[in-house]
Design a binder for this molecule. Sequence first.
Ligand SMILES: Nc1ncnc2c1ncn2[C@@H]1O[C@H](COP(=O)(O)OP(=O)(O)OP(=O)(O)O)[C@@H](O)[C@H]1O
Ligand SMILES: [Mg+2]
Length: 464
Amino acid sequence: MNKSGHILVVDDEESMRFFLEETLKKEGYAVVSVGDGKEAVRRASETEFDLITMDIKMPGMSGLEALLEIKKLKPEVVVIMITAYGSEKIAIDAIQKGAYDYFTKPFDLDNLRIVIRRAIEKRRLATENDKLRRELEKRYRFDNIIGSSGRMIEVLELVGKVVDTNVTVLLHGETGTGKELIAKAIHYNSHRKDKPFIKMNCVAIPETLLESELFGHEKGAFTGAVSRKPGKFELANEGTLFLDEIGDMNLLTQAKLLRVLQEKEFERVGGTESIKVDVRIIAATNKDMKKAINNGGFREDLYYRLNVVYIMLPSLRERKEDIPLLFEHFMEKFNKELNKNIKHIAFDAMELLMKYDWPGNVRELENVLQRAIVLEKGDTITREYLPMAIRMRGEDIKLDLDKAEFFTSLPHAIKGIVADVEKQLIIKTLNSTNWNRSKAAEHLKISRKSLHNKMVRYGLFKED
Ligand SMILES: Nc1ncnc2c1ncn2[C@@H]1O[C@H](COP(=O)(O)OP(=O)(O)OP(=O)(O)O)[C@@H](O)[C@H]1O
Ligand SMILES: [Mg+2]
């Protein structure tokens, strides 16, 4: 396609066709011309035109009929009607039926050139915006959130219920479990999707600046406030504000945030004007908020304001059955991004991925796969390029007597070796039950509680 635009000229008069074609070609457009309405419809259905100039009065199918047909097929195409002097009424009818503009013969050529250029630019911008928006929407559509395990389906069902409401959502999950991904999915699937999604990380910002970051400040509010600055709340107006790591927000800012949530208005730092906003809040934390409340680190009233809907994201080790799907997803993604053509994963490599307990969750899996895909020369991921920690999981249980030499006494050495063996046996059992703790406990003939305690002791499970 021509860089500056592709135009179809429709006119039954040969001299007019020739004249328009030549003029527009000189302007740098790629031009095709046809002599009747039927042919115009056929061409328009086959080729992507940016713009069509359409004579109204033609034998056979009229310009108006052709316009209607074309608009049905390609609603986005720009059509400019050309009409004889005295038939403006029909031209106005055409505009009501979707034509972009009209010209009366004989027309001012400069004027026509300008209108065509503007129409093409406008259409190009619209298509680009559309494309960008579609890409963003696609990126955060639900089908990019991978998971078919029971736990993830529960999460996605809950997400589906809250997307198109304004309720505040609190996302809780370990690092890398997809809190930000879900927050964005909620925004980009809601009616706020064309408005801003603003993220604010409550840990990354020094305490003294947090308040002005959130609410903005007036000029001269404090040293360094050289001009008025809007805060994240103002920037997110009509959109979504994602408050990440909310558990780390200081108590003073918590009090201010609570007020905004209650009253939906606030003042900039150093200001008196009260600002009203319409912002949907999504908060995220990897902390146990109940504990933070008990320790006095988090306000209980604010917690209940944020926790209108609570979504707990499962760790990856609680949903290991999703690993093969996640592998497919990341393989496709990195093949594209890194221009690779990985097609499979070796059976033993997948086995290792299933055995590992993924403390960094999906992010860790993503990084591990990216690295393996970069390094892999063939079309199959092998265990060779998996990190040591993951490959170790596959090794059989063996007594590490080398390590025992460093113990100071025999009872100590024995205790260490027993603990090591116990840990490995527990991992092996958990792996064989897909990390189903009830089944593993049953198999090991210990109580769930005792298994839980051992898992905490051996770092296999985060204490909650
Ligand atoms: N269910 C999932 N499907 C596909 N990709 C996922 C999923 N969950 C997480 N990811 C990917 O894993 C990475 C980490 O996710 P995200 O940043 O949302 O995690 P987080 O919970 O916000 O982590 P942190 O607490 O460390 O900020 C991202 O690249 C994200 O796209
Ligand atoms: Mg995050």
